[in-house]
Design a protein around this ligand. Structure first.
Ligand code: ADP
Length: 487
């Protein structure tokens, strides 16, 4: 199983600055591994401060030309990029499974999901509107126009190697911004393949620049310190997000932060049990539990608890653990050794704190980075596993009595990204939806993200929204024009 399976024009071993594919000045490289097998897949340049500055220079030089294009012209180029991604969807999915591990049905889904942002923003870029206000006095007129914020930087994670990039580049380019992207060092090939297709689509040199680097802190510092970067969009851990937030204070950058989550998945007594079980499996075990909107705590009401656990156990035991290249696989490996060690430690700690193991609980024989899908019951909100982001295929179940208790437990966290609940009562739907302190709520639904909706969190899960018209506004500034002397 190797990269030879992938169309070679999509496999790039270089970064991209000012329209050129380039290596690190130092000649240093980063090796990328297949998490399912441990085999090395290839290498990309390990760029640093010098290359990051060059990328900012390139994006700055390209800004005037790109922002001056008619939105319709930018739309045409974005649409061409979208069409190429769809044409190469199988190769992009294969490449992603090789470097990230998730099964092919999921990487195919991600390529389509990622592309949907490009298609959508190609259209939405034509619909940026200003406003005309009722003037305060007869001799004045007041209006506002929307302009691109300028050069932006994007730092993205490994769990969605494609979509976390398109979700930032598409609205940025549609708005008229140029961009410097630093993808995760774990999954640079998916990012570089997108870059290759953007180049083929005719997106001009310098509009998108891509830096691959293992020196994330140094690259991040250059991006935050440079006053030419007017906005930083980051998806990743809360720890790094807070660091970048603080670093951006000096140049007062606009920030979009998509950080960690601790999603509650609440099943009320009156829920449709089949739907709740299916929703919990997909929400919890998608991408081996490695998404920021994965159910992190499953809260189940007394009356339905035992029936839910029995059905959920049966469904979880149907998951097929293995290499994502096998069509039957539904649960792939986690990303690296540190991740699996952390997950195993959390499961042990939960049991030592009183949780009971229903299924799984240990590493899986499929390989070094595979963890058996796991269910724990008897979990309480005081246990570490209910307070930390698990990012692995482990489902802790907390039992509750009534709505007030469920809402209290759900909101008892500094995070506020996604929450889910299942009920057939319309009163409960409104009351619980309004009471949850989360940016997104799935109601009788375990999957909620798409390009038309505003994705984002509250509290320490971040700020800003991606997708929808709000996602475009996040890359624009409002300029107020006051016209006087009207006689
Ligand atoms: P994860 O746990 O998802 O890997 P991270 O926040 O560590 O989350 O990584 C998300 C992205 O942030 C990656 O591209 C990573 O290289 C980058 N990153 C990590 N540390 C820093 C830092 N100090 N400054 C800027 N970017 C960083």
């Amino acid at each position: 199983m190797s990269m030879n399976l992938v169309n070679r024009t999509l496999v790039k071993n270089a970064g991209h600055i000012a329209g050129e594919w380039c290596q690190a000045d130092s000649g240093a490289t980063i090796a990328v591994y297949n998490p399912a097998t441990g085999e090395p897949l290839g290498q990309v340049p390990d760029m640093g401060v010098i290359e990051t500055r060059a990328a900012i220079d390139a994006a700055s030089q390209a800004l005037a030309g790109w922002s001056a294009l008619a939105p319709k012209e930018r739309a045409r180029l974005l649409r061409a990029w979208y069409d190429l991604i769809i044409e190469h969807k199988e190769d992009l999915a294969l490449l992603m499974t090789l470097e990230q591990g998730k099964p092919l049905f999921e990487t195919r889904g991600e390529v389509m999901y990622g592309a949907s942002y490009i298609e959508w923003y190609a259209e939405e870029g034509k619909r940026a509107y200003g406003k005309v206000f009722a003037a305060p006095t007869a001799d004045k007129r007041a209006l506002s126009i929307q302009q691109p914020i300028g050069v932006v930087a994007a730092i993205t994670p490994w769990n969605f190697p494609n979509a976390m990039i398109t979700r930032k580049i598409a609205p940025a380019l549609a708005a008229g911004c140029t961009i410097v992207v630093k993808p995760s060092e774990e999954t640079p090939f998916s990012a570089l393949a997108l870059m290759a297709l953007a180049e083929q689509a005719g997106i001009p040199a310098g509009v998108i620049n891509m830096i691959t680097s293992s020196q994330a802190a140094a690259v991040g510092r250059v991006l935050t310190d440079d006053s030419r970067i007017r906005k930083l969009s980051f998806t990743g851990s809360t720890r790094v997000g807070k660091l970048l937030y603080a670093q951006s204070a000096e140049t007062v950058k606009k920030l979009s932060l998509e950080l960690g989550g601790n999603a509650p998945f609440i099943v009320f007594d009156d829920a449709d049990l089949d739907a709740a079980v299916a929703g919990a499996v997909i929400s919890k075990f998608r991408n081996a539990g490695q998404t920021c909107v994965c159910a992190n705590r499953i809260l189940v009401q007394d009356g339905i608890h035992d029936a839910f656990v029995a059905r959920f156990k049966a469904a979880v035991e149907q998951l097929v653990v293995g290499n994502g290249l096998n069509d039957a696989t539904t649960l792939g490996p986690v990303i690296n050794q540190a991740a699996i060690d952390k997950i195993a430690g959390m499961v042990d700690t939960a049991q030592s704190q009183g949780a009971s193991l229903v299924t799984g609980g240990q590493r899986h024989e499929a390989g070094a980075l595979f963890f058996a899908p796991t269910i724990l019951t008897g979990v309480t909100q005081q246990m570490d596993i209910a307070r930390q982001e698990i990012f692995g295929p482990v489902a802790p179940i907390i039992r509750f009595k009534d709505d007030a208790e469920a809402i209290n437990i759900a909101n008892d966290t500094p995070y506020g990204l996604a929450a889910y609940f299942y009920t057939e009562s319309h009163s409960r739907i409104w009351k619980v939806a309004e009471a949850l302190e989360y940016g997104m709520v799935g109601i009788n639904e375990g999957i909620l993200s798409n390009e038309i909706a505003p994705f984002g969190g509250v509290k320490e899960s971040g700020q800003g929204r991606e997708g929808s018209s709000q996602g475009l506004e996040d890359y624009m500034e409002t300029k107020y024009l006051c016209m006087g002397g009207i006689r």
